[in-house]
Every structure is written in structure tokens, then in C-alpha cells.
Design a protein around this ligand. Structure first.
Ligand code: ADP
Ligand code: MG
Length: 263
């Protein structure tokens, strides 16, 4: 089961670890602290949801953890390896090898077929597109019969499953998803959530998913709550009802914190 700690024990089997990660946008008076000193560690095979009010830093957390953005301070470890510092190319290589990312609006290339979209990351990293593996992973998401289709010929749910296949092709240790069901109907959302669960239960990957939806969060093993860029709580074995209740109180807590801080 998931064990998420706010402290930072050095566990070698952590799939993800953040040590005092902060992200400040801008400088001086107008600067915004989107993430404030966030530490967490996720053992391999963990499905965690990240929730919090709009603007609480969820996307920033995901992007810093996934190497799509660089923290202003602090360190990120994926699969025991510290996130590459230095050149953009180094960071990109690091990301391609260890991390999968799923976006709310799929981010498929409209001119490429399903198969070409899925193999694109391999081709971009100079590797031969392994078509057999692409077909296997498309089978896994139920789209083995759609290899030659364009994204525009698919439903939203199908497009998101293509994006999942693309994220899984390199067998990343951690899959990040920012509101992956935000643009989907209930049934497609359930398919996507079941696939993410399968990553964890069957393939031992870890999934970190931002969501607004308590029902989506209930598919995770645990939920982390963010407010004003800080981790303010967590819930193990969440139910949709318990998450919804906690979110209601989180709004009140944030308002109280701001009044106390004079904001
Ligand atoms: P969430 O995903 O929880 O809605 P974000 O991580 O997108 O929150 O944003 C957290 C805070 O950082 C917000 O106050 C937002 O306005 C600010 N922010 C996010 N991205 C940028 C940026 N590129 N430049 C300046 N401020 C940003
Ligand atoms: Mg966001």
C-alpha cells in the first residue's frame, strides 16, 4: 500500500522524492511563490492524487517533479536519480527515459496518425520507433484497431488513451497526469482512471495525478492536499465522499490562513 511521508527518508526504492522544492515566479514585489518548501516521497507502485483550490500550485508541483519546469530551490529525485541539472538537452534526456506525462487536452499532433503519435517520443530521442511495442501498448489501451487514424477521427476518451499509450511506450517509472479526465465524459474518465490504476497494480509504476474531481481522486491510493503552495494534508484510501468533505474544509482553511497572514 502507499506510504507517503512529508519527511524525507532516503529510501532507495522511492520512485519519486522531492526535497524542499520551491518555485517562485518572477522577482521582487510582483513575485509569486507557487510552491513553498514541498517535500514528499513516493514508494514505487503508488497511485497518488493531488488536490487543492485553483492556484494552489498543483500544476507547478507536477511540472517541477516531472522536469518540465525547474524548481527555484530544492531537489527532485526520480527512481533514485537526481533530476538532471545543467543543459536543457540533459534534462530532456532524463525526462524521456524515466517520466511519462499526460495532459488535460491530450496534446496529440493533429497531422500524425495514432501510431506515429505514440512513437514520436522515441523518434525524437533518436531511437528506432519500435512498432511492435507501439502496437502492444495501443492494444493495452484498447486502440489496437486504430493505428492509422488521425486524432480528429477519435473521441476525446480515445484521444486521451492514445496519449496514455504514448506516455507508457518508454515504460517510465513515474507517470504524471494533470487533470487527465478534465475534458472527458464520465464513462471515458472511468476508462482512463482504470488504465492509470493498471499502471500501478499490474506494472508497478507510480502515478501522480492532479484532479478537481473527488471521484477521480478515489481511484488513487492516497490524496495529497495543497493550499497556497504548501502540502497541508493527506488522506489514505480515499473515498469520493471523504475527499469532497475535506475539499470543502480546505477552502475555509485557506481563507483563515490568508486572514491570519493579513493577505
Ligand atoms: P493550480 O494548478 O493549482 O491551479 P498553478 O501551479 O498553475 O496552480 O499556479 C500556482 C500559482 O503560481 C498561481 O498563483 C499562479 O498564478 C502562479 N503561476 C503559475 N504559472 C505561472 C507563471 N508562468 N508565471 C507567473 N505566475 C505563475
Ligand atoms: Mg493547474
Amino acid at each position: 500500500m502507499s506510504r507517503i511521508t512529508h519527511s524525507t527518508p532516503s529510501r532507495s526504492d522511492d520512485s519519486l522524492r522531492l526535497d524542499a522544492v520551491s518555485r517562485v515566479y518572477g522577482t521582487g514585489e510582483g513575485s509569486v511563490t507557487a510552491l513553498n518548501n514541498v517535500s514528499l516521497s513516493l514508494p514505487a507502485g503508488t497511485f497518488v492524487a493531488v488536490m487543492g483550490p485553483s492556484g494552489s500550485g498543483k500544476s507547478t508541483l507536477l511540472q517541477c517533479a516531472a522536469g518540465l519546469d525547474r524548481p527555484s530551490s530544492g531537489r527532485v529525485f526520480v527512481d533514485g536519480q537526481e533530476m538532471a541539472k545543467g543543459s536543457e538537452a540533459k534534462l530532456t534526456r532524463f525526462r524521456r527515459k524515466r517520466i511519462g506525462f499526460i495532459f488535460q487536452h491530450f496534446n496529440l499532433l493533429p497531422m500524425l496518425t495514432v501510431e506515429q503519435n505514440v512513437t514520436l517520443p522515441l523518434r525524437l530521442s533518436g531511437r528506432k520507433p519500435d512498432r511492435r511495442r507501439a502496437h502492444a501498448v495501443l492494444d493495452r489501451v484498447g486502440l489496437g484497431g486504430r493505428l492509422g487514424h488521425l486524432p480528429s477521427e477519435l473521441s476525446g476518451g480515445q484521444q486521451q488513451r492514445v496519449a496514455i499509450a504514448r506516455a507508457l511506450l518508454t515504460e517510465p517509472r513515474v507517470v504524471f497526469a494533470d487533470e487527465p479526465t478534465g475534458a472527458l465524459d464520465t464513462r471515458s474518465a472511468r476508462d482512463v482512471l482504470a488504465l492509470l490504476q493498471e499502471c500501478v497494480r499490474v506494472h508497478g509504476q507510480s502515478v501522480v495525478m492532479v484532479t478537481h474531481d473527488p471521484v477521480a481522486a478515489s481511484y488513487a491510493d492516497s490524496v495529497l492536499f495543497l493550499a497556497d503552495g504548501e502540502l497541508v494534508g493527506r488522506m489514505e484510501r480515499p473515498t469520493a465522499e471523504a475527499v469532497a468533505e475535506r475539499m470543502t474544509h480546505l477552502g475555509d482553511e485557506v481563507a483563515r490562513r490568508r486572514v491570519t497572514a493579513g493577505a
